[in-house]
Write a new protein. Sequence first.
Lengths: 262, 318
Amino acid sequence: MVTIPDNKYYPWLPFVTLLRKEILRFVRVSTQTLLTPIVTASLYLFIFGATLGERLHVLEGFSYAQFVIPGLIIMGVINNTFANTSSSLFMSRYLGGIVDLLVTPVSPPQFIMAYTLAAMLRGLLVGTVVWLISTLFAELPWESPLLAILMAILASFLFAQFGLIAAIYAHNFDTLSMYSNFLILPLVYLGGVFYPISILPDPWGTFSYLNPLFYLIDGFRHAIIGVGDTSYLIAFGVSFGIAAVLFAWAAWLIGKGYRLRA
Amino acid sequence: MRLYIRAMSALVIENLHKSFDGVPAVKGVSFTIHKGEIFGLLGPNGAGKSTTINMIAGVVRLGSGSITAFGYDNQRDYRYTRRMLGVVHQEIVIDNFFTVDQALQLHAGYYGVKDDPAWRQLLIERLGLKPHLDKVMLKLSGGLKRRFMIAKALIHRPKLLLLDEPTAGVDVELRHGLWEFVREINRQGTTILLTTHYLEEAEQMCDRIAIMNHGELIALEETQKLIRRLSNRQLRLWLEEPLLKTPASLEPYAPKLIEDGNVLLLSLPAGEGAGNVLIQLTELGLKIQDVETDQSSLEDVFIHLTGMNGGVNGHHSR
């Protein structure tokens, strides 16, 4: 005998469930989503912290390890937040699982925030572990820890939005990997992770100021070691501006159901 | 928060239109589904059934027109309408991150409903999913995937269940089981909207049937009325003495003599009873030994209406 009793509707539950599902998703494949990026970052730390780093000096008063670690942390945050939203949403679109979500009362803001927060958690988790491992190689001065955390949060938020946008526009896995390999990777590498852009000869130094990722990387490092190529205000302002634009873009796409609903 | 039903109609669709890249798929469809009924939406492939269902479910954006479920507009009050709808998609949706049991729990949450273990267990048992709870979807057979999708669509206890070809690719035994379960759910108060290519099943299941063709609604009636109105009944008469030639006055009934003139076949036009023709036969002085009427099925009506031959999608329901 089947009975169908009435039941209550909890407006927050769709969001909480989707957030939980997104977190469980990356935890379930943690070898790929957490361990791999941590191992990669540890290799960088070993190369630049313990071996090559002793022969490199790019900033007066700081060891190369101290210079490069903030860059590696923020790189881990950026890559992993982007990877999380982009792969999760794209897979969902690609395999058709997205319709299971589209028929539910999950609203566009709940949709965006659940994907964003789960991705931010993964990115910040990777960043934290990279920082913990880095303590084996160098001690960081932590000039403004709160500002540094704020920059990391902003970086993760920004790339979560970018991941959502990329997943919506991507036609296949190839296009999706193009975003990370041909856009994020060069911008991160050329954005001052491994060197201060002030040491670059012109026009490369000036060009680097056009790289939006420079502001995230420099702002984060500035907050940690107290020295940067640009001011906190500019670094934070530019990053905040980009994050706001990307958020508005992602919200518009998802609100409209662009490429999600036929 | 509780949802209150604001209307007696489970679903009201008015002047629904949808085009894809300028090609119209649904052209001004309107119909109403009453609370508690099983409503069949039939039509050949490409008729616009799935597009209509997907617009109701919210998977396809509304072109124009309006969809109201239990008094709530599916655009403005989408959170309420979607909460009241359960959807079994035609395409099998695959998610390999979660097991059957986990996916069911998550799915209830998406609808803003707290997990009810008793209800979940009941669905699991009734749909035969118990031995497969710890499997991910990829490991399930085709029939199990369908059953899992039905469980998922019912996990939040919807008031209107949309079944888009729920038995496609499912063997006969399982099909019967699934329909029996759908009937049971319906008896408990869930309204059903279904599409199927198995017309015999639609005939048995549905209180009312709508037929779509080329994006338009071409029929909407109670199932038996529709069949009676549109199908040609055949009258089979066993004569006491064989006839050599059919009487001219019977021409409107397309008479045909078989079995050496011992059996006369007459086609009754749609909507006409056998009374008139029997009077004519008596006037002609024909002595009749036995009479049999042969009611045609929904499939005949369907073929007649849509101009299709060879059944729907190449499948005969019989």
